[in-house]
Design a protein around this ligand. Sequence first.
Ligand code: UT7
Length: 335
Amino acid sequence: MTDEVGFERRALRVSGGSPSAILGVGGYRPRRVVGNAEVCARIDSSEEWIEQRSGIRERRFADASETLPVMSAAAAGKALAHAGVRAAEIDLVLVASMSNLVQTPPLATRLAHELGARGAAGVDLSAACAGFCHALALASDAVRAGSARHVLVVGAERMTDIVEPGDRSIAFLFADGAGAVVVGPAAVEAIGPVVRRAFGAYGDALRMDGGWTDPAPDRPWMRMDGRRVFRWAMDDVAPAARTMLDLAGVDPGELDALVPHQANLRITELLAERLGTSRAVLSRDVVVSGNTSAASIPLALEALYAQGLVASGDTALLVGFGAGLNFAGQTVLLP
Ligand code: UT7
């Protein structure tokens, strides 16, 4: 056979894949609930302003014992139980996080070890608040291609480690937690085509102090131009969300659940309005969880199950977006 670059090559053997699906969902919320009054003690703001501008009433902050491996393992354990899959059956662990201060070893390898996923490989992924949907796309591609049978996808954040408590532009917004899903083989395709794109020109809108060229400060904090990110979410992410439905062959009016990254309730509600998802239940987990970055979508999904608002077989649209700027999302059938 002659391939694209004109070489005569024999084909190598590859393992056959199968359609992929999310088989189980789980989450871990830190124990400590922090209301707006407590946040306002450290910034020049008001409880009313925070709720009006972001929808947030309370969030969870992790304590010293609720580390990224601890929260990830708890979320993963629940996702495995929901899926009815044993840790030993996991071939690949993907962990998305923007707040993991330990660059090496990968959090995913530590998690695989703690779970007893002895045959698994572990890879960390840095794609900020879009990390979960990016990882989900890679996981479903791996199952479809046959390079993995079961993939554990985790979004885990301790945003309190990278957000300066006195920074009034973001201290009220971000929070901690972990969420997980198990991706595996299915009879019919249940994870739709991913739509994803990076906008590196807007990188400064959400970034760590110092960047790549300035001298690194002792303690780099995250900074955000909220207005810029908000506008981008409406101008570029909302139209792409429509494509996520179109490519999966789902009409907005047929959608059962809309689960965007829980950045801000105003963004979530505007997105639903723009898409015209009339009958879909809208995830509002940001109200009680704040913005937990890569953890927000699986945590929001778990909350919808807990509240009895979604059921097996429902169609859901997942839309991750954030620093980069960068987005990814897909339509899925829920387990
Ligand atoms: O997760 C990754 C993706 N992130 C996002 O999608 C976040 C997107 N952005 C947002 O969610 C919103 O921009 C925020 C919730 C962060 C801010 O809401 P906003 O409506 O965009 O506020 P703003 O930044 O435009 O500020 C409005 C006013 C300003 O005062 P002036 O210039 O109008 O006099 C700010 O100085 O509110 C002031 N302000 C505050 N007031 C009370 C800014 N922060 C605060 C505060 N408390 N904490």
